[in-house]
Design a protein. Structure first.
Length: 297
């Protein structure tokens, strides 16, 4: 039941992303191709699935969730393209295929990432059918949440800490701060985008979902740290062992694999506990949290 539900949401977002990336005025075919190559090249689609699952739990129709689900995935892929560049992590493999700058070239990859970031906000701000005043307020709130998640308090700030920490012996609280920004902030935003699209932007349920998103985002990155040590390129779709090779501080290298697993499960437990105010409506979110700490890729 859970697997079928997730698969249907993954199929839905693929179609939404394909439409969003038609890009009739992309300036050059090469830029459009690089954007489509990077976005439509597979992936778990966890972030849009979180948007759909959260919004649905609060009663929103899927049609109202398509734009925020697409926007958060476009942002995620832009971040992957930039992370893979030689100036950052210099990776050759992403989602089982050559990274964007390897498949095309570095300038094109840089522009593709820039364009995807801009396009995400264009998609999120497009007019929607319904009460224009009410919907405009929700769109502004979603734009604010997404922008905060990718700026200095979120993804960009976390990446800056990551770059400055190479070769440094960060303690576990410092690694947690980095992970909550670099990875966790966008996962938390995915949950909140679903809530806001459903008309829930304040109150106990919103705060509960914010806690859930923050903890499940941390659990996701801890599991990523573990898989970087234990995973294979065939299963991960990217090169394992990169963090250790670059002397990057992670939960696995600082706390050890056994402790990292305990910390991932503790974050999972906090995430699930935060869902209590939503009752049975949040069952899919609880299943997603379980998947995050058990996944093998």
């Amino acid at each position: 039941m859970f697997e079928a539900r997730v698969a249907s949401l993954q199929d839905r977002i693929e179609a939404v992303l394909d439409r969003a990336l038609t890009l009739p005025d992309a300036a050059t075919a090469r830029l459009r191709d690089a954007m489509r190559y990077s976005v439509l090249g597979g992936g778990k689609r966890l972030r849009p699935v979180l948007v759909y699952a959260t919004g649905s739990a609060l009663g929103a129709p899927l049609e109202a969730l398509d734009a925020p689900a697409a926007a958060v995935e476009l942002i995620h892929v832009y971040s992957l393209i930039h992370d893979d560049l030689p100036a950052m992590d210099d990776d050759d493999l992403r989602r089982g295929r050559p990274t964007c700058h390897r498949a095309f070239d570095e300038p094109t990859a840089l522009l593709a990432g820039d364009a995807l970031q801009a396009h995400a906000f264009e998609v999120l701000s497009q007019p929607l059918p319904g009460d224009p005043v009410q919907l405009a307020g929700r769109q502004i709130a979603m734009i604010r949440v997404l922008a905060a998640a990718i700026g200095t308090s979120g993804m960009a700030g976390g990446q800056a800490i990551d770059l400055e920490s190479i070769g440094c012996a960060l303690d576990v609280p410092a690694i947690e701060n980095m992970h909550r920004r670099k990875t966790g902030a966008l996962i938390r935003a995915s949950v909140l985008l679903g809530a806001i699209a459903a008309g829930v932007d304040t109150g106990d349920r919103y705060e509960a979902l914010a806690r859930f998103g923050a903890e499940v985002g941390l659990a996701f990155q801890i599991q990523d740290d573990i898989l970087d040590v234990e995973g294979s390129a065939a299963r991960l779709g990217k090169t394992p062992g990169v963090d250790a090779a670059r002397t990057k501080p992670t939960y696995a290298t600082r706390a050890g694999l056994a402790e990292a697993r305990l910390l991932a499960h503790a974050a999972h437990d906090r995430a699930v506990a935060a869902l209590t105010p939503l009752g049975a409506a949040a069952d899919v979110l609880a299943h997603l949290a379980r998947y995050i700490v058990r996944r093998e890729h």
